[in-house]
Write a protein that binds this ligand. Sequence first.
Ligand SMILES: [Zn+2]
Length: 267
Amino acid sequence: MNKSESTVSWAPRVSRERILELYIKVASGNNDEELIEEIAQSFYNRCSDIIRIYERRFACPQCREELPLPHLPGKDPMCGSCGWQMSWKPFFRTYQGKQLSVNTDVTGITREYLSELPECKTPNEKMILIDALIHACHEWVRKGVTYYGRPLAVNFMEGKMDQVVAFLENLPYGPDSLPEMTEQFMEWRKQCLSLFSDVQIERDKVRHIVDSMPRELRTEIEIMLTQDRRQKAAAQLKQIEEYSGEVQFMRGDIARQMVRIIEKQMK
Ligand SMILES: [Zn+2]
């Protein structure tokens, strides 16, 4: 066996400090082309890796050959071209918990960014594209209604959801800010912030439903949770649909929310 030293690395989320520095400069009419380029490229790398994970592939760290992500736990990835290989577990840890896994809806704007950045001719165009990416919302459509999930920025920049939202809300705009950026910001605010109050309402509904669930079902789920069989618990929670015709969340979202609520109640 030809075990190799090279390990797989993934593009990190972009630092909020650097983004803030960029916005301050843009708001005061100082187009720092190098900084725009640096951040545009960091987002580009991040988007590329998000798409890689979504399409279940990765780049060989030695020869950059694109390889399929192992489907089964325990199956070690290896490169047919250069002989690189790695054990599955440390390989899995290279991307686990890094906010790289997203769903279909997220890949739209990500792919858009990847195809449009190389077409941008001026720093301003790049800046508008960066701004569109960080102010995009994760959305999905169900029964003809669009729901906004969360700011996509969480996948692209460091920080937890509340930190990222506060950060985006407080980005500086000045007399020299580009009008497109202001428009994008207003649109983001409309979509995203209204969502947060909606989410609260939906959560209350879900909480109410949990409370009115049959005790056997609830006990069963709680046992699964204590035994750390979360996936099974989530699957079981799909039964929730029988108890509600009005909650418009997708199944998985309801299940996840409920797992969270029940976990909290168990503490
Ligand atoms: Zn290789």
